[in-house]
Design a protein around this ligand. Structure first.
Ligand code: PEP
Ligand code: MG
Length: 323
């Protein structure tokens, strides 16, 4: 089995009839990119930058962040590296920010909301990213976007970071691509509007499922309600992908769902163009895709979208996997 998978290492992700689906890796530290590169990842689809901020009592400086982002770019040798700006709050704590405890942390002061409210913190990260973007195809991604206003606000701070660097004579790459995570249901519903503001989407299914099904993603007691194949979740993904495709921008999935066995053809059928997952899942995803034509993926996705319930969709998915 392992030898069978190894043949995909140097191949691009694609269906049997050549529809490209770019297969990328998720990382938490720059060193994680080594495995992504070794296992044939076509890029880094999600660098969770908050890991640089966690398990410590101070904040990482601009220089420290710059070095980390630059390293990830260098390891990936010109392949795309999508770096997500600080996504804390929810279940992720940053001691140095001393955030207040909240009743509903997943619905609270977190991610882009913190960054827009504390631009001094955001600017340091954006400056580091712009500088590191000289060393590869670095792309910036904003998490937890719920409206066009937030996208515009974040892009404004990015412009401010560029102005500061220019004024100081610090070299940087001004042509960085900017994208957003689609992980809040209203963002998926308004994807047609958001697609006009950004260069790419990445669907965060971990949060999209949590928010659309109203199921706390870390509460075991209700995990039976956390269903990636809920037809409502699939419709949100399809809507997002359609808006992206119509506007000519890439649309990835970077939640757990992307790396789940058998899901690559489903997501391809829903119109997704990129899949980012743990490095260990990349070869199997390429193999899953190569087994089917684009038409077959589409047919499967349409069947799942038409299901009345998650259980119906899960049954169809399992039968299809076993046939
Ligand atoms: C997601 O929400 O699907 C995602 C990829 O981000 P995180 O798991 O870090 O919230
Ligand atoms: Mg998320």
């Amino acid at each position: 089995h392992r030898a069978m998978l190894a043949q995909y290492k140097d191949k691009e992700g694609a269906t049997s009839d050549g529809r490209r689906v770019i297969i990328e890796g998720n990382i938490g530290t720059p060193d994680d990119a080594v495995r992504v590169a070794e296992l044939g990842g076509e890029g880094v689809g999600l660098f969770r930058s908050e890991f640089l901020f966690m398990d410590r009592t101070d904040l990482p400086s601009e220089e420290e962040q710059f070095a980390a982002y630059k390293k990830a770019c260098e390891i990936m040798q010109g392949k795309p590296v999508i770096i997500r700006t600080l996504d804390i709050g929810g279940d992720k704590e940053v001691p140095a920010l001393a955030l207040e405890k909240e009743q509903n942390p997943f619905l609270g002061y977190r991610a882009i909301r913190i960054c827009l409210n504390q631009p001094e913190l955001f600017l340091i990260q954006l400056r580091a990213l712009l500088r590191a973007a000289q060393y590869g195809d670095l792309r910036i991604m904003f998490p937890m976007i719920s409206s066009v206003d937030e996208v515009r606000g974040a892009k404004q701070v990015l412009e401010q970071a560029k102005d500061m660097l220019t004024a100081e004579g610090v070299p940087f790459n001004p042509n960085v691509k900017v994208g957003i995570m689609v992980e809040i249901p209203v963002a998926a519903v308004c994807a047609d509007v958001l697609a006009k503001e950004v260069d790419f989407f990445s669907i965060g299914t971990n949060d999209l499922i949590q928010y659309s099904c109203a199921v706390d993603r870390i509460n075991e007691k209700i995990s039976y309600l956390y269903r990636p194949l809920h037809p409502g979740v699939l419709r949100l993904i399809a809507m997002t992908a359609k808006a992206a495709n119509e506007n000519g921008i890439e649309v990835g999935v970077c939640g757990e769902m992307a790396g789940t066995a058998g899901m690559a053809p489903v997501l391809c059928g829903l119109g997704v163009t990129n899949l980012s997952m743990s490095a260990s899942a990349m070869l199997a995803a390429k193999a899953d895709l190569a087994k089917h034509s684009c038409g077959e993926c589409k047919e499967l996705a349409d069947k799942l979208l038409a299901c009345a319930s998650a259980s119906d969709a899960e049954r169809i998915f399992t039968d299809w996997r076993e046939s």
